[in-house]
Design a protein. Structure first.
Lengths: 241, 116
C-alpha cells in the first residue's frame, strides 16, 4: 500500500495528465482512508476493495481480494449491484438494502459515495491503460454518526438537502448557489460525498461554475465534444437522467 | 446541454443527437465518431480500446485523450449516482429535453421507471 502523498504519480509519462487530476485523486484517497459519518476508514477501504472485485468479475479479470474490514452482507451485495447490475437497481431493492442488518439510508449513501469515486478513478486508469493505484491504509478514527439537520424527502429515494435547508456545517456543499441539480444533491445525506463529487467533477470534467457558464471552458476538448462523450457514456449505461 | 453548447458554438445545424445513441450515426461534432467510439470501448473495455487511444492521441493529441478519459470516468460515476438514488429529472432538464427523449428512445431505458 502507498500513502496518499505518494499516490497517483503518473510517473512514466505515457500520457500528459494535468496536475489537477492527480491532486484530486490524492485528496480522494485521503477521503477514502478516513472515517466517515457511518463507516470507519477500514470499512470504506473494504467497500473500495469490493468495488474492484465487482469490476474484475464483470470484466473477467482475477479477483484482487477483499479489504481490511468485514462488511455487512447487504453492503457487499450493494457494491456489486451498483457496479455490475445497474439496470436492476430499483426502488424495491433500495428499500430492502437500507432495511438490512448493519445498513441505513445514510450507510447506503456513504457507501455509494465511496463506490462511485473509486470506480471513477479506476475507470480513468483503465481508459488510459494505467495500473490501478493501490488502495491506501486506513486512517484511524470512528464514524461521527451525524445526520444533517436539513434533510427531508425531496423526490429521490434517499432524503436530500435543498439549498434553502442547509445548515452551517454543510453550507458549502452547493458552492453558495441558491439552486442545485438533483444529481448534485443526491448524496447530500452524506455531505462529504457531495464535496468529493464536486472536487472530482472539476478534475475530470468541468467545475459547476463552468457548467453554468456560456463561456467555452479552459479545457482541451471543446464543450460540444465533452458533452457528446458524456451523453454517449450515459446512453451506454441506459441512464434516463 | 449538447444542443445548447452546439448552438453557442454555431454548430447546431450540423448536430445530430442520434449520434449519442447510435454509433453508426455521425453526430456532427468535430471528431465525434472517434470520441464516441473511444467512450464505448472504454465503458465496455473492448479490444478496440488500445487502437482508439492511439488514434485520438495521433489525430487530436495526447492531452485530448486524457481529457476524454476523464469525461468517461466522470460519467461512469454520474450515472451510478443518478440510478443509485432514483433521482427525479430536474424541471429544467425535462423542459429542455422532452422532445428528444422520445426520439432517442431514452424513455425505453429501465432506469426511466426510477427517474420519473
Amino acid at each position: 500500500m502507498t500513502t496518499t502523498t505518494e499516490a497517483f504519480a503518473y510517473a512514466d509519462g505515457t500520457w500528459p495528465v494535468l496536475e489537477r487530476v492527480p491532486e484530486a485523486h490524492r485528496r480522494s484517497w485521503t477521503m477514502l482512508a478516513s472515517a466517515g459519518e457511518w463507516w470507519t476508514g477500514a470499512e470504506r477501504i473494504s467497500i473500495a476493495a469490493e468495488c474492484r472485485r465487482a469490476s474484475a468479475l464483470v470484466d473477467g479479470r482475477p479477483d484482487p481480494g477483499r479489504g481490511p474490514a468485514v462488511l455487512p452482507d447487504a453492503a457487499t451485495f450493494a457494491v456489486h449491484k451498483l457496479i455490475g447490475d445497474l439496470p436492476n437497481v430499483t426502488r424495491d431493492w433500495y428499500d430492502e438494502t437500507i432495511s438490512a442488518e448493519g445498513m441505513s439510508d445514510a450507510h447506503y449513501i456513504e457507501l455509494l459515495g465511496v463506490v462511485v469515486h473509486v470506480w471513477s478513478i479506476d475507470e480513468f486508469h483503465r481508459a488510459l491503460s494505467i495500473d490501478l493505484e493501490p488502495l491506501p491504509d486506513p486512517i484511524p478514527g470512528e464514524p461521527t454518526r451525524i445526520r444533517p439537520a436539513g434533510i427531508r424527502a425531496n423526490g429521490s429515494w434517499p432524503p436530500t438537502i435543498l439549498p434553502e435547508d442547509l445548515h452551517e456545517t454543510e453550507a458549502d456543499i452547493y458552492g453558495g448557489s441558491e439552486r442545485t441539480s438533483n444529481v448534485r444533491a443526491a448524496m447530500s445525506l452524506h455531505p462529504d460525498s457531495v464535496r468529493w463529487l464536486s472536487d472530482l467533477f472539476d478534475a475530470h470534467y468541468l467545475s459547476w461554475v463552468e457548467i453554468q457558464s456560456v463561456q467555452e471552458p479552459f479545457r482541451v476538448l471543446t464543450r460540444p465534444q465533452r458533452e457528446l462523450v458524456a451523453a454517449r457514456v450515459s446512453a451506454l449505461n441506459e441512464c434516463f437522467y | 446541454m449538447l444542443r445548447e453548447s452546439s448552438q453557442r458554438s454555431g454548430t447546431l445545424d450540423s448536430l445530430n443527437l442520434q449520434g449519442t445513441v447510435n454509433p453508426d450515426t455521425d453526430s456532427g461534432v468535430a471528431h465525434g465518431s472517434l470520441l464516441t467510439a473511444f467512450a464505448e470501448a472504454a465503458v465496455r473495455q473492448t479490444d478496440a480500446l488500445p487502437g482508439l487511444r492511439k488514434r485520438i492521441a495521433t489525430e487530436l493529441g495526447p492531452q485530448e485523450l486524457v481529457d476524454a478519459a476523464g469525461i468517461v470516468a466522470n460519467f461512469q460515476r454520474m450515472v451510478r449516482i443518478a440510478d443509485g438514488c432514483g433521482i427525479p429529472l430536474d424541471d429544467f432538464t425535462r423542459e429542455a429535453t422532452d422532445d428528444c427523449r422520445e426520439e432517442l428512445g431514452i424513455h425505453e431505458y429501465a432506469s426511466a421507471a426510477n427517474t420519473a
